[in-house]
Design a protein around this ligand. Structure first.
Ligand code: SF4
Ligand code: SF4
Ligand code: SF4
Length: 412
């Protein structure tokens, strides 16, 4: 390992502490203005408030004066950042250096999409930020002014205010430590060096700064290079930030565990799950906004599930009645089986649901369990293969044919 390499299993302990002269947001924006001036990047992808409205949009900025309306942590997620990044690189690699400032769940979705060959991450610097969560879109749209005030409080009382979306309230991957991989991945030795490098280049730490300072944390050599170009030394201690992150992490893990136990109780079993999705109008909004559901033509939107009028009549005859739209549960279970290993619990599906179905909470719970079975955390290591793309002989013996997996006594 050369002097500039960083072992990704270890948390960075040094960074640059930047005092916030005014608002934290302005401090961050000023750093990005300087980064354009110093040619760290050719352009920046960041959420920007749409003029004269309360909406936010992803904007690729080259002109630093346009950064004034940028907000790396807007109160809402209207479009998942990985989706914006996907649109940007859909037709090929970036030829210029781009910085993408994303929340942790957006970074994870972007990394997952790069494994699915939907995003090119070449020449993209991924910059993550401590995330206190986002407000439910419906609350924000109902009263943006009130929501902005609440969100200010959310930023101050990190993790204690439950006005954020339920998946954010229980999010245990809101900061850098949970985004670094801690296990060796099953890939060829040639790729191991690359795999050791974290996917994130630079992290913006807000926790522990009391809104008075921010922590710029280089996570790999590229991140260190960015700080050097900004003429910032990365030799400040990160103890304050780390202590606060661990404190919030501990709280969040506890809340998540309790929340998921309660949710499991509410949805477990066919009857209960069907009842939750009873109000679903099958609009497929949840699928359309999901960063991981990338298929051009979704099977559940295709004609494959459409039957002849006679077949519908005969089904109605058999059952006594037939409810339309059809196949609502089939859609949810099918979508779940297609993408749940890569679900990053970002919550945008729930935000988009017109019927207030807790779809992200359910997907996140199932994702936790499924990902654990494969010892897989999506969006951490871009070199780690997706579990279902990799056949391993030595796993899931319990689902093999009984004669091979169990003794006759066990079968009986
Ligand atoms: S799920 Fe919520 S709290 Fe977690 S990273 Fe995403 S927006 Fe932030
Ligand atoms: S299923 Fe929902 S929570 Fe999971 S990645 Fe898709 S949008 Fe995010
Ligand atoms: S967005 Fe809501 S109503 Fe529409 S399909 Fe998804 S769960 Fe059903």
């Amino acid at each position: 390992m050369t002097a500039t390499q960083i072992d990704s299993n270890k948390m960075p302990t040094k960074g640059a502490i930047i005092p916030a002269e005014e608002e934290i947001n302005k401090t961050i924006v000023d750093i990005f203005k300087k980064s354009l001036e110093k040619k760290c990047f050719d352009a920046i992808l960041i959420p920007v408030r749409v003029p004269e409205t309360e909406a936010y949009a992803w904007v690729l900025l080259k002109d630093q004066s346009l950064l004034d309306e940028a907000n790396p942590l807007p109160p809402i997620i209207s479009v998942q950042g990985a989706k914006a990044l996907r649109s940007l690189t859909k037709r090929g690699k970036m030829t210029q250096n781009i910085a993408a400032i994303l929340r942790p769940c957006e970074i994870r979705a972007a990394v997952e999409l790069s494994k699915l060959k939907q995003i090119h991450l070449d020449n993209i610097s991924l910059i993550s930020i401590d995330c206190p969560g986002a407000m439910p879109l419906s609350d924000y749209l109902a009263d943006p002014e009130k929501s902005k005030k609440i969100y200010k409080n959310v930023l101050e009382k990190w993790g204690e205010d439950d006005s954020v979306r339920p998946v954010c309230h229980i999010c245990n991957r809101f900061s850098l430590p949970s985004l670094l991989h801690r296990k060796s991945v099953k890939i060829s030795p040639v790729e191991q060096d690359e795999a050791k490098m974290p996917s994130i280049d630079l992290h913006i730490g807000l926790l522990g700064g009391n809104q008075e300072k921010i922590f710029l944390i280089p996570v790999n050599p590229k991140g260190r290079e960015i700080l050097e170009k900004l003429e910032l030394k990365s030799d400040d201690s990160l103890d304050l930030w780390q202590t606060k992150v661990s404190e919030v992490q501990e709280k969040k893990e506890k809340i998540r565990k309790e929340f998921n136990l309660e949710l499991k109780e509410k949805i477990e079993g066919q009857k209960k799950l069907t009842a939750v999705f009873d109000e679903c109008i099958n609009c497929h909004n949840c699928m359309r906004v999901c960063p991981i559901c990338y298929c051009q033509q979704c099977f559940f939107d295709s004609d494959s599930l459409t039957l002849s009028p006679e077949t519908y009549i005969s089904r109605a005859e058999k059952k006594g009645a037939l409810r339309f739209p059809l196949d609502t549960m089939l859609f949810h279970l099918g979508r779940m089986s297609h993408m749940v290993l890569s679900c990053v619990s970002c919550g945008v599906c729930e935000d988009a649901c017109p019927m207030s179905i807790p779809v992200a909470q359910i997907f996140s719970l199932v994702a936790d369990q499924t990902q654990k079975s494969f010892d897989y955390t999506p969006g951490i290591n871009k070199e780690e293969p997706l579990p279902l793309q990799d056949f391993l002989e030595d796993e899931f013996h319990e689902v093999e044919t009984p004669s091979e997996a169990m003794t006759p006594e066990e079968v009986n």
